[in-house]
Design a protein around this ligand. Structure first.
Ligand SMILES: *[C@@H]1O[C@H](CO)[C@@H](O)[C@H](O)[C@H]1NC(C)=O
Ligand SMILES: *[C@@H]1O[C@H](CO)[C@@H](O)[C@H](O)[C@H]1NC(C)=O
Ligand SMILES: *[C@@H]1O[C@H](CO)[C@@H](O)[C@H](O)[C@H]1NC(C)=O
Ligand SMILES: *[C@@H]1O[C@H](CO)[C@@H](O)[C@H](O)[C@H]1NC(C)=O
Ligand SMILES: *[C@@H]1O[C@H](CO)[C@@H](O)[C@H](O)[C@H]1NC(C)=O
Length: 466
């Protein structure tokens, strides 16, 4: 068996109409990461080999005996009254919000004194307290009692903190919240152990997985509203467009549960009457965790979170790095929100969330990791609202970053030798077959999924055949 590069990245960008496909088929009770990846790559190779693009009928993006999806014009006259071209990317107004007085880098917290004139009084000192998650509760956060005072910068070995800064008369002049992804020594040790065990079972791959989801975005609307992100996915990341991707029915929970569990909601013990928490289910992140992966799960808009909206959520954190307590703390700091609740402390909530994901990946460079982030707020409300800039920047930073360079370079080399796998297949959507109301535009159209393997698909397939 050939030894393959240890670190490969699998990037998925999912745009969901509160959506999803059965990524892991309901019956496929995959045993581990290896089989999980195997089932995914099988889907791909099946698509690529058994039903090549050449066979697709004119006017269709999917045309098989059991499934036909028409190829609909992105700018069909019938929808022009609802959709706008060139909608600006969401941004935070500098007039409405002052530039932040504190910022972070890795595990350090700094004061940016350049910005102190924007605040009343002259800065005397700052202090922070920890934000943490109370046991067995997915709906509350607690603030620690210990206050750590600092005046320039400080090493913070906490996950989430709330910062207060005071002026000469001990008057509160500034507050903010910051999230970190510190190394947890015990966790690391445990993961190394699991990872070793996983490898002993014959699984040599260490594919890192990053999944980024956007709520309420159809494939076509992704093309209209996220042109920069789309360009990066296509040109830089050579992403596959999964043109047969579909959803179970409306509602994020209904779709994402099967995506991560391999079972429809109806096939689980959960129902609205018993409203049990979701801890007992083996969601994909748990399986990755069992194989020694460090895991992250981050959502925005905590009041409508996937497994929390009218539900119990998780009594125990579902992932090693779980943003929810921080998001709840943000939500409760109402004075800091501006721009219709898209900006917190002068930064887009989306950027805050994506930075958390980026920091996680950066600090886990040598350890296998799985990250899932799902962003709802910006795209849930409007078909013409987007965070294209944020997502483009995020992907660019992933491409640029030093700790990803090796991965990217390596993968580009692989691609050059495998051109047959990199051709982007153009795709679907059934817009004209639905009543054209604005709500339907948002809710009823087919979602999309981009799959980018930074690394060689063939090598993964080969790995699992040996
Ligand atoms: C400090 O704030 C200034 C003005 O807002 C900004 O230009 C600069 O980039 C900030 N510095 C850092 C290190 O964040
Ligand atoms: C700062 O001072 C101005 C003028 O005295 C006042 O209007 C404003 O409310 C103060 N802002 C804060 C945050 O204290
Ligand atoms: C701080 O206290 C001094 C003296 O008591 C007073 O003159 C000044 O206005 C106060 N400044 C603020 C920002 O409250
Ligand atoms: C790691 O595995 C060894 C045996 O394989 C075990 O003795 C040890 O307790 C494990 N450590 C952790 C932190 O799980
Ligand atoms: C919900 O699940 C419980 C068991 O957990 C079961 O007793 C009950 O009949 C179910 N209710 C519905 C409406 O299916």
């Amino acid at each position: 068996m050939r030894q393959f590069p240890k670190i490969l990245v699998l990037v998925l960008l999912i745009s969901l109409i509160g959506s999803t496909l059965l990524f892991l088929h309901s019956t496929s009770d995959y045993q581990n990461v290896g089989t999980l990846l195997h089932s995914q790559t099988n889907v791909l190779s099946h698509e690529l080999q058994d039903e090549p693009t050449a066979k697709i009928e004119e006017g269709y993006i999917v045309h098989t005996s059991h499934c036909q999806i028409p190829d609909v014009d992105l700018w069909h006259p019938s929808i022009l009254q609802y959709v706008r071209n060139n909608s600006p990317s969401l941004a935070c107004s500098r007039i409405a919000t002052k530039p932040p007085l504190t910022y972070t880098e890795d595990e350090m917290l700094y004061i940016n004194k350049t910005n102190s004139p924007f605040y009343n009084g002259s800065l005397l000192f700052c202090e922070y307290v920890e934000i943490f998650r109370p046991p067995n509760n997915d709906f509350k956060f607690d603030l620690g009692h210990k206050r750590v005072v600092f005046t320039e910068n400080v090493l913070v070995k906490k996950e989430f903190i709330k910062v207060y800064c005071y002026s000469t008369n001990n008057t509160l002049m500034y507050q903010n919240l910051h999230a970190f992804t510190p190394t947890k020594p015990l966790l690391r040790h445990m993961k190394d152990n699991l990872s070793l065990r996983h490898k002993r079972r014959g699984y040599l791959e260490q594919l890192n997985v990053l999944m980024v989801g956007l709520d309420s975005v159809s494939r076509l609307n992704f093309h209209r509203q996220f042109p920069k992100t789309l360009k990066i996915l296509r040109s830089n990341l050579k992403a596959y467009e999964m043109y047969g991707y579909n959803k179970v029915r409306d509602n994020t929970f209904i779709n994402l549960t099967p995506m991560f569990l391999g079972k429809y909601v109806e096939e689980t013990d959960w129902n609205e009457t018993n409203n049990e928490p979701f801890d007992k289910y083996k969601f994909a992140w748990k399986r990755f965790a069992d194989a020694g992966y460090h895991t992250l799960f981050a959502e925005d808009a905590p009041s409508i979170a996937i497994w929390n909206f009218e539900k119990e959520g998780f009594h125990h954190p579902p992932a090693d790095y779980y943003l929810r307590p921080f998001s709840l703390a943000m939500a409760s700091t109402s004075s800091m929100w501006t721009n219709y609740k898209h900006c917190f402390g002068g930064r887009l909530e989306t950027d805050i969330t994506l930075e958390y994901v980026y920091n996680f990946i950066k600090s886990r460079q040598r350890a296998p990791h799985f990250a899932f982030t799902f962003l709802t707020r910006p795209t849930y409300d409007s078909v013409n609202q987007n965070t294209d800039q944020s997502h483009a920047q995020f992907l660019e930073s992933m491409i640029r970053c030093e700790f990803c360079t090796n991965i990217i370079k390596l993968s580009l080399d692989c691609w050059r030798t495998q051109s047959s796998f990199t051709s982007v297949i153009t795709v679907l959507d059934g817009e004209t077959s639905y009543p054209l109301t604005s709500a339907n535009l948002k809710k009823d159209f087919l979602p999309c999924l981009y799959l980018s393997l930074i690394g060689s698909l063939e090598s993964i397939l080969r790995l699992h055949k040996t």
